[in-house]
Design a protein around this ligand. Structure first.
Ligand SMILES: Nc1ncnc2c1ncn2[C@@H]1O[C@H](COP(=O)(O)OP(=O)(O)O)[C@@H](O)[C@H]1O
Ligand SMILES: [Mg+2]
Length: 256
């Protein structure tokens, strides 16, 4: 389960600089969160790590080896995409043990036996709260929150080397979200997959991850434990970003 090193990454789209000289080290087996406002480059960063796009400058290393030229399948990275189809197969049902289905797909591809398939699927569906009655449905027959859970399940049913999650719980209601978050933590402890978790929700990042990067247009402003970021924000941007969350929590209480 590799450690990920990002060295001076730059990615432009025409005149937009989406990633501007970003460097970071994500440790082996770490659950690392990236939090920042919309359009700061979070999705672009994940796509660079997954190999879906190439940096204009800089290097990406897994366990000290430059992977810039490796195509996505060779990187053994799985990414759960933000929104829309979440990379689910629209024509396949959620789960069928003996057929190609969204949850059995990665396992059948690797020729896993029936017993192993149902053992692994049972584990992730239980953890993620994917009810059996959803198994015969196709993605088009699921709510957004259900789709997101199935997408996370599909990504981890056969643990990848690196897991990239792009706002994977954004469509869940707060209680389901809190539960799914706990399960992701638990699964991460069990599997030890190096995980990068992207969210625009500071509270979610703080509750989930051991270390959090606060991102602002194209680079990390601070990387640290939630405690470090709360107690000693690196600069004005970080303290304002943290402050805006604290304000919204306070305001919610005033309105009660
Ligand atoms: N394929 C693309 N073509 C042009 N601009 C893009 C593309 N992808 C992202 N961008 C731009 O790069 C910036 C970062 O986008 P993104 O990584 O999606 O941000 P986030 O995920 O943090 O909301 C935005 O200004 C966005 O408009
Ligand atoms: Mg995004």
């Amino acid at each position: 389960m590799p450690r990920i090193e990002l060295r001076g990454l730059v990615k432009r789209f025409g005149r937009t600089v989406a990633i501007s000289g970003l460097s970071a080290l994500i440790e082996d087996r770490e659950l690392f969160a990236v939090v920042g406002p919309t359009a700061c480059g979070k999705t672009t960063l994940l796509r660079l790590i997954a190999g879906l796009i190439r940096p204009d400058k800089g290097e990406i290393l897994f366990d000290g080896v430059v992977v810039n030229d490796l195509p996505p399948p060779a990187r053994r990275v799985r990414m759960v995409f933000q929104g829309h189809d979440y990379a689910l197969f629209p024509h396949l049902v959620v789960y069928h043990a003996r057929r190609w289905s969204n949850l059995s797909f990665p396992l059948r591809l690797r020729n896993q036996g029936l017993r192993e398939i149902s053992r692994r699927v049972r584990r992730v569906t239980r953890r993620l709260g994917i009810n059996r009655n959803l198994f015969p449905r196709r993605p088009g027959e699921l709510s957004e929150g259900q789709k997101q859970r199935v997408a996370v399940g599909k990504a981890i049913v056969l643990p990848p080397q690196i897991l990239l999650l792009d706002e994977p719980l954004s469509h869940l209601d707060p209680p389901s979200r809190a539960k799914a978050r706990e399960e992701i933590r638990e699964l991460h402890r069990e599997l030890g997959t190096t995980t990068v978790y992207v969210t625009h929700d500071l509270a979610e990042a703080f509750l989930l991850a051991d270390r959090v990067a606060v991102m602002r247009v194209g680079r990390f402003e601070q990387v640290g434990t939630p405690r470090e970021i709360l107690d000693s924000p690196a600069n004005r941007f970080v303290s304002d970003f943290v402050g805006s969350y604290l304000d919204s929590v306070r305001r919610a209480f005033v309105w009660r």
